[in-house]
Design a protein around this ligand. Sequence first.
Ligand code: BES
Ligand code: MN
Ligand code: ZN
Length: 501
Amino acid sequence: MEFSAKTTLPEKQRSDCIVLGIFENQKMSSAAESVDTLCEGYLKNILRTGDMEGKLGQILLLHHVPNVTAERVLLIGCGSERELADKAFRDIIRKMISRILQTGAIEAACYLVELPVKNRDVHWKVRQIVQMTIEAFYRFDQFKSQKEKVRQNLKRMALGIPSKKEIREAERAITEGQAIANGIAFAKDLGNLPPNICTPSYLAKEAEKLAKSFPSLSAAILDEKQIAALKMGALLSVGQGSKNPPRLITLEYRGRKDKQKPIVLVGKGITFDTGGNSLKPPIAMIGMKYDMCGGAAVLATLRAAAELELPLNIIGVIASAENMPGNSATRPEDIITSMSGLTIEILNTDAEGRLVLCDALTYSERFDPEIVIDVATLTSAIILALGSQASGLFSNYPPLAKELFNAGMTSGDRCWEMPLWDEYQESLNSNFADVANVANPPEVGSVLAACFLSRFTKKFKWAHLDIAGVATRSSGKERGATGRPVALLVQYLLDYLPAAS
Ligand code: BES
Ligand code: MN
Ligand code: ZN
């Protein structure tokens, strides 16, 4: 898909399909007004028939509108002009894309950037349109012998920009939107791959492939021997039941020549989570191929940063393993020693995410990080708490939590802060080791998982994103990985830029 930002007036626009907004009570947007003038009231007459009232999401496709050179004019209901906010705008854009894709139009000219979305500027609107349009083309059909035939006529979209002085902003938004959408597609692909293909060493190869295609990226892979040499007993204990051995993947992005301290992104990369010897029941095991989505999001975010050439230093660390049961797998009540030296009593081998993460977090210390953010499909409890609307956000540094929250609101890839109070910590005390990996009896799952991690993050500013509820959609045609929270993380990096320069 190609996007362009133009100040061309809609009545002058040559295109296969011009998209115009109509507000409630048949009020025309200014682009619609000017087309209506050109076609001498043809649109107004149509509104009078009652076929387009301007209700949110309503849609009317017209052909051969008098005096208009474009083949089609697509009218989209935008609801109340005064109440137009993020969600309504996204609903409008989604409607627009799905309707255009049903036509034979190869190029479209969209005049919805002028819609007055509350507190949002041209940059935001353009980026949403670009991101959503590219996402609409996403398919994962590499394992289908009969590919569903989807019409993909649309090749170009021109975005009508209200004024010349906003063109550069709009072009920047197009570039960002494309890089974010490419990152999201990359994360979705990795997430959707079956676990017999996407193993820890497969993830490692993907990191190496990224490093080959972007000179600003470099990858370093540690195998199980090297992981053992680093004394990462927690990561090893999770991987030891599988014939697909663990990998510690480091992908480094150097966007600056100076020695600016890096932002470290840590990802959970469990390529399949059976629960280990604390075996999951069959129903709960479905969806556990996505347990590497945190790691995929980290790789994808670095990919986007490299594509955008952000002037930052960023390091991705992915702890990848397969959590299998069996003879050589960890038992409940085993005690292991983590890289930090803290001993861990493993009371439930299904609480493996925090184990691989704690060693990756300790490992992050060597980069002298400015900030560390980990991303993990960590607990089912976060799904009960927040559903699919927001990632759970935990942090030991309030300004960082605020920045992530704000980045979520801007990107639409939201997160919501949860507490990390000391009073919770007691539940993780063990009679036999420094810490237990779960509370016995189980309680406040997501908070305790974060509390466990917090014991390994005392040396830096840290935030944890529990993405178990947002990383996948579990039903419907859209079943599969969502690519979240790539948009949130890239937004965080973009917002971080002014402070870093
Ligand atoms: N990968 C799971 C969390 C998960 C569950 C992600 C459902 C997505 C959907 C994690 O490793 C896990 O098994 N967590 C347990 C922890 C419990 C044993 C303390 C959970 O949340 O049930
Ligand atoms: Mn588990
Ligand atoms: Zn897991």
